[in-house]
Design a protein around this ligand. Structure first.
Ligand code: PLP
Ligand code: ZN
Length: 420
């Protein structure tokens, strides 16, 4: 296996047991807990000055801080996304600076490419032939792309509510796609999870690239924080607002912030803020109630058009809540209306395209600024996890509803005139 010098193996977040780089590949063999890659940071032979000499062309420029070497990488050029100044949003929010980290420029249009690049590299290194996962949509598409690149067969399980683009592109990349049937209305991520689990029982040789089943997805997403800190010259922003479903990216970014602080590249952690949709906000509810883990939202109570964050039972919530609290961040839920309005406002004021799911970080940041959490001297980073054109249906439908409402309001006003 082509592992990096500093990578020491995997450690169980529940029982603390440590495993060598080749001793375990997924959940803890002892207790079933999540495994987290570990490093001997003293062995990292890399500095911010070295990084400045490297081309900004993929997340693998941080390979020293990842488990596998660049030569082993299953890569499509993921990462190296821009951090874009948004003066109009900063004005509207009443904060010093707003910067949008635009993950829409990834190969399959979302940040999921970072996690799948690393997880598929691990699959390849571990000798897998077939990979499998369930997903809300974007990770399934990304897995199909990276499996194609690695010449592996992929089995992708999506709920019927996943977007057309995600389902279509999963098949275009040649993966075997199972869409779970609607039971009442649309099926949810949990239905896809059950179909995946049944298939895994029949095929124990399939290598999972599912969230927090493989230790490598949050590890790949770590690079979002490495990049944005480097883009800010290793000065931590006052907040990163992140559209949170399973919390994989949030946990990964917090881990990166801890590592670079330990390396002495930064002085402070990055305050991490989880933004969710009010129609499915288990992490926000747990944060506000002071709980250590979430209460699952019943499937039939999930009420949001934002597919990527319609995650009613995020198993790693204790890690997400720890990251938020340790970094002195927060959590915020906003309505679908505020989220979709925010996506349209960004598209119109800044020209940037944010996905429906992703726009929760924009409406969330507005709500946080409104509540006084962010002020006029603060730099706020919005993590735009994916491209707007992956969610055109939800965005256009919202525009349509606004047009109908505006039409009705105009008719009512005209009616008032006639009455008076
Ligand atoms: C566009 C988008 N944003 C955010 C998320 C949530 O990601 P996480 O599991 O890291 O919270 C997803 C997950 O599907 C997604 O597709
Ligand atoms: Zn364990």
């Amino acid at each position: 296996m082509e592992t990096t010098d500093a990578f020491t193996g995997l450690s169980c977040v529940d029982c603390g047991e440590a495993f060598g780089p080749e001793a375990a590949t997924h959940r803890c063999p002892d207790c079933g807990g999540i495994l987290d890659p570990t490093y001997d940071l003293d062995r990292i032979d890399l500095s911010p000055e070295d990084l400045a000499e490297r081309p900004f062309e993929s997340m693998w420029r941080y390979a020293e801080l990842l488990p596998f070497a660049t030569d082993a990488a299953v890569s499509l050029g993921e990462g190296a996304t821009p951090l874009i100044e948004c003066p109009g949003l900063a004005d509207a929010m009443g904060v010093g600076r707003v910067l949008l980290k635009d993950e829409g420029s990834n190969p399959t249009g979302t940040f999921k490419d970072r996690g799948q690049s690393l997880a598929m590299t691990a699959a390849s290194q571990h000798g897998a032939e077939e990979v499998a996962l369930n997903s809300a949509g974007n990770a399934g598409q990304a897995a199909a792309a990276y499996a194609a690149r690695a010449d592996l067969d992929a089995h992708v399980f999506l709920p019927s509510r996943a977007g057309f683009t995600q389902k279509a592109m999963t098949e275009v990349h040649g993966a075997d796609l199972t869409v779970t049937d609607p039971i009442d209305g649309n099926s949810q991520i949990g239905d896809a999870g059950r179909a995946y689990a049944e298939a895994m029982e029949d095929h124990p040789d399939w290598y999972s690239t599912k969230t927090f089943v493989t230790p490598y997805r949050h590890e790949g997403k770590k690079t979002m924080a490495l990049e944005l800190l480097e883009q800010l010259d290793w000065g931590a922003p006052d907040g990163v607002v992140y559209p949170t479903g399973g919390g994989v990216g949030l946990v990964g970014m917090h881990k990166a912030a801890r590592e670079v602080r330990e390396l002495g590249w930064t002085d402070e952690l990055v305050p991490m803020y989880a933004a969710q949709a009010a129609g499915c906000a288990p992490v926000v509810d747990a944060y506000e109630s002071g709980a250590d883990r979430h209460e699952p939202v019943p499937d039939d109570e999930v009420d949001t058009a934002c597919n990527g964050i319609a995650i009613p039972d995020p198993g790693a919530s204790p890690l997400v809540l720890d990251a938020i609290r340790e970094s002195d961040g927060g959590a915020v839920a906003t309505t679908d209306r505020a989220i979709l309005d925010a996506a349209i406002e960004v598209a119109r004021t800044e020209g940037l395209e944010v996905g429906a799911t992703c726009a929760a970080c924009v409406s969330g940041a507005f709500a946080l600024a409104e509540s006084g959490e962010f002020g006029p001297d603060d730099t706020v980073v919005l993590l735009n996890t994916g491209a707007g054109n992956k969610d055109v249906d939800a965005l256009r439908a919202h525009l349509g509803e606004r047009e109908v409402e505006a039409g009705e309001a105009a008719t009512e006003t005209a009616g008032d005139d006639i009455d008076s």
